[in-house]
Ligand binder design. Structure first.
Ligand code: FAD
Length: 418
């Protein structure tokens, strides 16, 4: 066999660089692995979403006649360890080299970097081109700056990708940022539009059965399960967001309403982070909706800023500051995480709501994460590591690269100052 092409759980994308040049003589390796040591168990919905998406992706590749070695969680031989699974594949298949796209998390990259000497085999680590700013670009931007302000990074990205820009180089509408218009008070009894749901495939039903039997003791409710698990379904989510929700996204971006888990938020982060959707395609489609008169500028700019600005900036900060970043606890916050983060059993209504939504949906919107559970953690001086582990485990979109800077940088006030 020629090459072993590894696809990680958050690389479920046909345009991932590790698949470039894939031939019918190669083998794609995908493994269902559960984070164990030192970690809080993941929300069952997050596990089901990822495993079902991975299995559908493997099926798509197989249907195109590519060889796929897919190791299911309950396969008798599954060691539950990625390095061991790669080793097993090498021993059985004898590839000439391993091809992998750079993992999104620091500790996984550190592990992959050891493989060449561990396996005595060439390991080609390719860049993750799904992100819109390269590591070098971010470093160049950050170097020599006293303050790393997202707003200025975002403007560079707008120019680079020519999004919401006029031909004379000025921002569409004359200003860069419409945040001031995006803080409307919700109308009384406001109910946000109904979300789409997806018919469960045979694969999803099998995964739900597996997750139910193995992980029902984890924090969070597995069912009802409405997630998209294929690229086609994720694109339907995107279209639904743009046509039905985007026009109001800006106005109510900062709102909270009792009983409303989603309001006008897109719910796209889990698809984006796993690879089912790509950031640039989302920004372009949202911009198209604006140009076609289907969404106002405050909503369009506000939404694009989240993806082209915040998401890329957060990733840049993570790689810029790791690995020392993970050890920060500037305010010496050490108080244990209270029980109500697991039960929602508290008289603080907003906290109870945020935790209830998290239990039910593996989701709560940004303002709940920022102003409620995050702000409480800051005020109460909750243990930084415990808070981070909680955020990492309970949300379907959570990966260390995006969870850590959001938690450390903004909420626990451990400052992005370098
Ligand atoms: C303490 C804390 C922890 C967080 N942990 C995560 C996490 O693990 N994974 C994650 O994807 N987001 C995280 N966020 C950011 C943000 O809350 C979520 O991206 C958002 O709530 C996802 O819901 P949505 O798709 O409906 O977002 P929308 O409100 O519809 O926003 C659109 C998109 O913008 C991006 N985005 C917006 N804000 C941010 C941000 N601050 N950082 C990165 N991307 C952003 C997301 O991709 C999101 O899908 C965290 C925020 C806080 C305050």
């Amino acid at each position: 066999m020629a090459n072993l092409h590894l696809i990680l759980a958050d690389q479920i994308s046909e345009s991932i660089t590790s698949l470039e040049g894939l031939t019918k003589n190669d083998m794609v390796l995908m493994c269902e692995i559960i984070r164990k040591a030192n970690y809080i168990p993941d929300h069952p919905k997050k596990i089901a979403f990822l495993f079902s998406s991975m299995r559908h992706f493997a099926e798509t590749l197989s249907q195109q006649d590519f060889n796929v070695r897919y190791v299911k969680l309950d396969d008798g031989d599954n060691t539950g360890n990625l390095t061991e699974e790669v080793k097993r594949a090498i021993l059985e298949l004898k590839p000439e080299r391993i091809v992998v796209t750079e993992p999104s998390e620091y500790h996984v990259l550190a592990m992959v970097k050891k493989w060449q000497s561990v396996f005595n085999l060439p390991v080609e680590i390719r860049p993750d081109t799904r992100f819109l700013a390269t590591h070098d670009e971010f470093e160049r931007w950050a170097t020599g700056k006293k303050q790393l302000r997202m707003e200025f990074f975002y403007r560079e990205m707008r120019k680079k990708y020519d999004i919401l820009m006029e031909t004379d180089g000025t921002p569409t509408g004359g200003v860069w940022n419409y945040d001031k218009e995006n803080r409307k008070t919700p109308k009384s009894n406001m109910i946000s539009p109904k979300r789409i749901s997806h018919k469960k495939s045979k694969i999803t039903c099998e995964v739900l059965k597996l997750v139910k039997s193995s992980f029902s003791h984890h924090f969070g409710n597995l069912e009802p399960f409405h997630f998209a698990v294929t690229r086609e379904e994720a694109l339907m989510e995107l279209e639904h967001f743009i046509s039905k929700l985007l026009p109001q996204f800006g106005d109510y971006q900062d709102a909270m309403v009792a009983g409303e888990a989603y309001l006008y938020h897109s719910l796209l982060s889990c698809y984006l982070n796993a690879g089912l959707l790509l950031p640039l395609e989302i920004c372009k489609k949202v911009e198209e909706a604006y140009k076609a008169g289907k969404a106002p500028l405050n909503a369009t700019e506000g939404f694009i800023r989240q993806i082209l600005g915040w998401r890329e900036y957060i990733r840049g900060i993570y790689w810029h500051l790791m690995p020392k970043y993970a050890e920060r606890n500037t305010l010496n916050a050490t108080r244990p995480l209270p029980e109500f983060y697991w039960t929602a059993n508290t008289e603080m209504f907003c906290v109870a709501e945020a935790v209830r939504h998290t239990l039910d949906h593996a989701y709560s919107h940004h303002i709940q994460r920022l102003m409620i559970t995050g702000n409480f953690a800051l005020l109460a001086g909750l243990d930084v590591k415990q808070v981070q582990e909680w955020y990492l485990a309970v949300y379907a979109d959570a990966y260390e690269w995006v969870e850590m800077p959001n938690t450390l940088g903004e909420w626990l006030y451990l400052v992005m100052a370098v």
